[in-house]
Design a protein around this ligand. Structure first.
Ligand code: ZN
Ligand code: ZN
Length: 242
C-alpha cells in the first residue's frame, strides 16, 4: 500500500506530531508519549446533546449556541479531543500527509467515547469526494470508522454517497458551509435496507460547525435511520471554551 511504503521510506521517523525520535524502528509508535499526554479533552460541564463545554454562569436549561440550529436528525455529537496541537497535528497528518496508520491510534481514542443510549447501532463514515479519494488514496473518515467499528465490535456499512462534489469546508465561513453541503449526500438504498430503524454512529475526523454532519444526518434519517450520533476525533472550539 502506498501509505505504508511511504512510512517505510521515512523511517527512522519521529513522532508524527512533534518530530521527536521514538525508539523501536519499524514497530515504533507514531505518536510520542509526551504528545499523547498533551491531547486535551474539553472541559465539563458540557451540553448534553453536542458536548460543547458550557461557559461558566450559564444555566443547564439555556440553549447551547453550538447545536441549537442543528436539525433534529443529528441527535448527538461526541468527540475525543479539542482541535489544537497535538490533536490538530494528528488530524493533519492523517488527512494530508499520508499517515494512514494513524487511524488506528486515533480510533482507539474514539473507542473510549461513551455513546448515548440509542438502541442498535451501525457505524458509517462521512464519504469523501472522488477527487480527494484519488489524490489521497483513502478516506480518512472511512479508515477511522473501520478501526472504530472493529474496536467497539459494532457493525459497519457504507451508507452515504456523495451526491455531488463540494468545495473543501476548510476555507469557508460558517454561513457558507451550510450552503456548500446542502444536498451533498444521498443514501445507498440497498445498504440502508439492512439498517432501517437503526441508530447511525457517523464517524468523521473533525467537527467544526456541524454543517456536514447535519446534512448527512438528514439524508440518513429520511432513508430510515432512527437517529444519528456524530463522533469525531477532534472538535474545533472557541478559545474561551477550551
Ligand atoms: Zn510527540
Ligand atoms: Zn450543544
Amino acid at each position: 500500500m502506498w501509505a505504508a511504503d511511504l512510512a517505510d521510506l521515512l523511517l527512522p521517523s519521529g513522532c508524527v506530531a512533534c518530530g521527536i525520535w521514538i525508539p523501536g524502528g519499524r514497530t515504533a509508535a507514531l505518536v510520542c508519549g509526551r504528545c499523547k499526554s498533551r491531547l486535551e479533552q474539553a472541559a465539563w460541564p458540557r451540553c448534553q446533546r453536542c458536548h460543547n463545554p458550557r461557559a461558566t454562569g450559564r444555566t443547564e436549561a439555556a440553549q447551547c449556541r453550538e447545536c441549537q440550529d442543528w436539525p433534529p436528525e443529528l441527535t448527538f455529537a461526541r468527540y475525543a479531543y479539542v482541535l489544537q496541537a497535538p490533536a490538530a497535528d494528528l488530524v493533519h497528518a492523517l488527512k494530508y500527509e499520508g499517515w494512514a496508520e494513524l487511524a488506528q491510534t486515533m480510533a482507539e481514542a474514539l473507542a473510549q467515547i461513551t455513546l448515548p443510549a440509542s438502541g442498535s447501532a451501525v457505524v458509517t463514515a462521512i464519504p469523501t469526494t472522488a477527487a480527494r479519494m484519488l489524490e489521497r488514496g483513502y478516506n480518512q473518515a472511512g479508515l477511522l470508522a473501520e478501526r472504530y467499528s472493529h474496536a467497539r465490535g459494532l457493525p459497519i456499512a457504507e451508507l452515504l454517497v456523495r451526491a455531488r462534489a463540494t468545495a473543501s469546508q476548510t476555507e469557508l465561513h460558517p454561513a457558507e458551509r451550510q450552503a456548500n453541503v446542502e444536498g451533498a449526500f444521498t443514501v445507498d438504498p440497498s445498504s440502508m435496507s439492512l439498517w432501517r430503524g437503526a441508530h447511525v454512529v457517523l464517524v468523521d475526523d473533525v467537527l467544526t460547525t456541524g454543517a456536514t454532519a447535519s446534512e448527512a444526518a438528514r439524508a440518513l434519517v429520511s432513508a430510515g435511520a432512527s437517529g444519528v450520533t456524530l463522533i469525531s476525533f477532534a472538535r474545533a472550539l472557541p478559545n474561551a471554551l477550551r
